[in-house]
Structures are given as C-alpha cells and as structure tokens.
Design a protein around this ligand. Structure first.
Ligand code: ADP
Ligand code: MG
Length: 273
C-alpha cells in the first residue's frame, strides 16, 4: 500500500543559505502517530512545510497517494484537503476577528455549502473543546486557547493527516495533557497525526513511529526502538528518554517482568506501588 504522503530524495536550501535537508526519504503511513524529533535548527519546520506544500523541494519529490504533487492551484488544493499543517505560533495562523470566523475560513474557501461549513466548524470546535469560545475575538484568548483555535482551523478542513509543529511548546502541564487528549480523540476518529518536537519524553508517551533528524541524516522506525537508542539521541543533540532508562533499571533489579511495559511518566511510576 502506498504511504499517504511521501517525500522521496528530498532536498531543500533556503535562498542564499546552505542545504538544510538533503536526500530525505520520509513516509507517512495512514493511521500512525508519527513524531519528528530533532534539536533546534535541525530542519523540523522545514520538513513539515515541505510535507504540507508551503515549500517546494529543491530536489526529489512529494507524493500524495503515490502520485507526485503538482505545485499549481489544483495540485496544492488537492494536497491541502489531505494534509494540514498547524504552525508553532498560533499568532502566525490566526487572523480573523473571531474564533468562528477563523475556523470557518478554510472550509469556506473550499467552496463547501454553508450547512457543511457550519457542521465542520461545530465539530472542530467540539473536538478542541472550545465551543464556548466561538464568538470570542481571537486576540482576547489565552495562549493555550489560541493554540486550540489554530488547531481547530486545521481540523475543520477534515484532513487525513494533521501535522503539528511543536504543539506543546508554551503549554503548561495541564495544557499538554489536554492537547494529548485532543490528539487521541482525533486519532480515534481516523486522523493520522504527525508532531514535531524536541521533547523526547513526550515522544515516548505518544508516538508509535519516529523520525529523528541527525547531522548525518534522518533515521526512521518504530518509536520504542529509536527512542531507547542513547547513541542516536545523542547524535541528534537530544536528551535521553526517561521511560526506557527507568524501565531497564526496573528490569535489571527484577522489579518489572521482562515482557511488561515500563512506566511512561513519573506519575505512572508513582501510582505503580
Ligand atoms: N526562512 C528561512 N530563511 C533562511 N534560513 C532559514 C529559514 N527558516 C529556517 N532557516 C534555517 O534552516 C535551518 C533549519 O531550520 P528549521 O527547519 O526551522 O529547524 P527546526 O524547526 O528544527 O528548529 C536552520 O539553520 C535555520 O536557521
Ligand atoms: Mg521549528
């Protein structure tokens, strides 16, 4: 089966800049929770903009359902109805006067009938738990609320893949937990989710597949294998993951059955006794 979206041999350099990505093969399979990990400046945002059509690869290609994406109006519309990117800073995404106007902009632009737009907006606001904020001016929302409104705008496009650039940055612990709940709900409804972060512990908790950006290229595979590889994480300039370290210590002291999953968070460990 074709991956839903795929970059093959993709390279990118900003104007007058050095190469940021070279020879990148990156596939998003339907139904996955995929984390893209890398330190600041490693190219996460660039890669996400290539996947969502905001940037065009300098070399290589982007495919959707096995067909090369064309960068004309029709091709980009086809891509954007399948793939939606939520940028890191909600203030770069929100622009309309109220939450409802902002969230309805994308579906309206697709030329959908008014009833369908309304239904999409209702369900996106409900998914993000911001129905009560519908008529609020976006500039009066808290940071966490603006973040939710920005995600709702992407969700209202009913994408098959939702790509989130550092979605937990700037959120407090409670905000992070609420975001993970939202993502779980979207995944249960069939959306494939890709998240960029440098938070290895969040990645361990959330992802089933991982892609790690290192100076020598991108490594992809099952999240549990990649994220418990100290050499890979240190080559990527990331910290070690907490859960695999604690799990192997518990196993070494016969406190955990070799086949049982270890605790994913300090809270889970504390509740364990
Ligand atoms: N608009 C831009 N113009 C020139 N260089 C850029 C631009 N955006 C990012 N870069 C450079 O590309 C590299 C990768 O950046 P980015 O994709 O934002 O990484 P990350 O999201 O992992 O922090 C960095 O060296 C950054 O300085
Ligand atoms: Mg970035």
């Amino acid at each position: 089966m074709n991956p839903l979206v795929e970059l093959a041999g993709a390279g990118y350099a900003y104007e007058d800049g050095p190469s940021v990505l070279a020879g990148v093969d990156f596939a998003i399979a339907e139904g996955r929770a995929l984390v893209l990990l890398g330190r600041n400046g490693s190219g996460k945002t660039t890669l996400m903009r290539l996947l969502s059509g905001g940037l065009r690869p300098g070399s290589g290609s982007l495919r959707l359902d096995g067909t090369a994406v064309s960068y004309d109006r029709a091709g980009l519309t086809r891509l954007r109805t399948a793939v939606q990117l939520v940028v890191q800073d909600p203030d770069d995404q929100l622009f309309a006067a109220s939450v409802e106007q902002d969230v309805s902009f994308g579906p309206m632009n697709l030329g959908l009938p008014a009833g369908e737009v309304r239904a999409r907006v209702d369900s996106a606001l409900a998914a993000l738990d911001i129905t009560a904020l519908r008529d609020r001016p976006t500039h009066l929302l808290s940071y966490g609320q603006r973040k939710r409104a920005a995600i709702a705008g992407a969700v209202a496009m009913a994408p098959r893949v939702l790509i989130l650039d550092e979605p937990t940055a700037g959120l407090d612990p409670d905000g992070q937990e609420r975001l993970l709940d939202v993502l779980a709900g979207l995944r249960a409804a069939g959306t494939t989710v890709v998240m960029a972060t440098h938070d290895v512990d969040l990645a361990v908790r959330w992802a089933d597949e991982a892609a790690v950006l290192t100076p020598s290229g991108i490594r992809t595979g099952p999240a549990h294998a990649l994220l418990s590889d100290p050499r890979l994480l240190s080559a990527a300039g990331l910290r070690q993951a907490w859960s695999p370290a604690v799990t192997s210590l518990l196993r070494a002291h016969a406190l955990l059955d070799p086949l049982a999953p270890g605790p994913k968070t300090p809270e889970a460990l504390a509740a364990w006794q």
